[in-house]
Design a protein around this ligand. Structure first.
Ligand SMILES: C[S@@+](CC[C@H](N)C(=O)[O-])C[C@H]1O[C@@H](n2cnc3c(N)ncnc32)[C@H](O)[C@@H]1O
Ligand code: SF4
Length: 353
């Protein structure tokens, strides 16, 4: 079983972001109280046993804008259910992840930290609406090492209007500098999400497939291997097990405002409004997924990553298509699983099916 917790608070709103992120105001205490009830209730509801949770991911929003002692109570509840070698990740922003916060989170049990850097370039950071600078990224990484984090991820965003070859070379140069400090990299191609500042008429996205190819190639040359279209790991041990769980279609519990869970082919949605969530944190909207929905999801997620697609999950027509793609050297079939040989064409391949 996997577990996701959403922290919906941020200090400011980035221009591209559609995640639930609100100003804390004075909701912190009541939110964490509701969140603990939600977690406790769902551990029981899904009959979770001791040591059964293999990965826990605290995402946001900005978990680092919350005082570390708020997480202590949640960990007291979760602790017996976490597997001995569980991967426990937490997202953080470079400006708010202080040495003391990192130290406290490490002591609570976090063993993987994920920084939203987005860029090293001051103008690009401003353009994205970020409130940190390059120096803060370096400091946060340095501090993470100081407190003993061995598993560290960095998020970058590219294919923005400001990205050209020169800009990407600048990102790569800095990536090379900090390479010894990180074990994982997520490089996201900018998505223009509705209701964000970037969703205006002006085109904030570059839409340059050649630059995408260049960036990915250069990242791999730095010694990271691509295991999903946006995810790169230094070695097999630093692959994010939590995300791998999502792509494999494993069950997971999602707690917190706007969190999503998945269990036995059903998707569970919590309240989308902060006051409603605090009032009734255990409420869930349930969506039952049809066999077609599950098949499509398996195709998209499998083709985008090293997970691949299982032969037994394909119908006759799809199997014929898959075998044709093997002949064209686009897929490889090994022990009943079709593996995509080029993640850059994954969506095209999925649509072909
Ligand atoms: C859930 S967000 C929260 C992380 C954290 N609050 C931060 O901003 O540093 C995780 C990552 O998703 C990526 N992301 C969010 N919106 C995106 C978008 N519209 N296009 C591409 N990447 C996006 C960013 O790289 C971000 O760091
Ligand atoms: S990208 Fe991160 S910091 Fe920015 S608004 Fe979204 S969740 Fe908040």
């Amino acid at each position: 079983m996997h577990f996701y917790i959403h922290i919906p608070f941020c200090e400011s709103k980035c221009h591209y972001c559609a995640f639930t992120s609100l100003k804390k105001e004075n909701y912190e205490k009541s939110y964490f109280k509701a969140l603990s009830n939600d977690i406790d209730f769902h551990l029981k509801k899904f009959n979770i046993h001791r040591n059964q949770i293999k990965t826990l991911f605290i995402g946001g929003g900005t978990p680092s804008c919350i005082d570390a002692n708020n997480y202590e109570y949640i960990f007291e509840i979760l602790h017996p259910y976490l597997a001995k070698n569980a991967e426990i990740s937490c997202e953080a922003n470079p400006n708010s992840a202080t040495l003391n916060w990192l130290k406290a989170m490490k002591n609570i049990g976090i063993n993987r930290i994920s920084f939203g850097a987005q860029s090293f370039h001051s103008e690009k950071l401003k353009f994205l609406g970020r409130i940190h600078n390059q120096e803060m990224i370096f400091k946060a990484l340095e501090n993470s090492h100081k407190v003993g984090f061995a598993n560290i991820n960095l998020d970058l965003i590219y294919d923005t209007k400001m990205d050209n070859k020169k800009m990407l070379e600048f990102e790569l140069l800095n990536l090379e500098k900090i390479k010894p400090l990180i074990t994982h990299l997520s490089a996201y191609n900018l998505t223009i999400e509705s209701k964000t500042a970037f969703a205006k008429k002006e085109n904030f996205k570059k839409n340059a497939p050649n630059l995408m190819k260049f960036f990915i190639q250069e990242i791999t040359k730095l010694g990271f291997f691509q295991y999903e279209i946006s995810n790169f790991s230094k070695n097999k041990n630093s692959i994010c097990k939590h995300n791998l769980g999502y792509w494999k279609g494993k069950d997971y519990i999602g707690c917190g405002l706007s969190a999503v869970g998945f269990y036995k082919n059903q998707r569970f949605y919590t309240a989308k409004n902060l006051k409603s969530y605090i009032k009734d944190p255990t409420f869930r909207n349930i969506e039952k997924l049809s066999p077609q929905d599950l098949n499509l999801e398996h195709l998209f997620l499998g083709l985008r990553s090293i997970v691949g697609i299982q032969e037994k999950k394909l119908n006759l027509k799809q199997k014929e298509k898959a075998n044709l793609l093997v002949k064209e050297k686009k897929l490889e079939l090994k022990k009943g699983i079709y593996y995509n040989l080029n993640f850059l064409i994954s969506d095209e391949l999925a649509l072909y099916f």
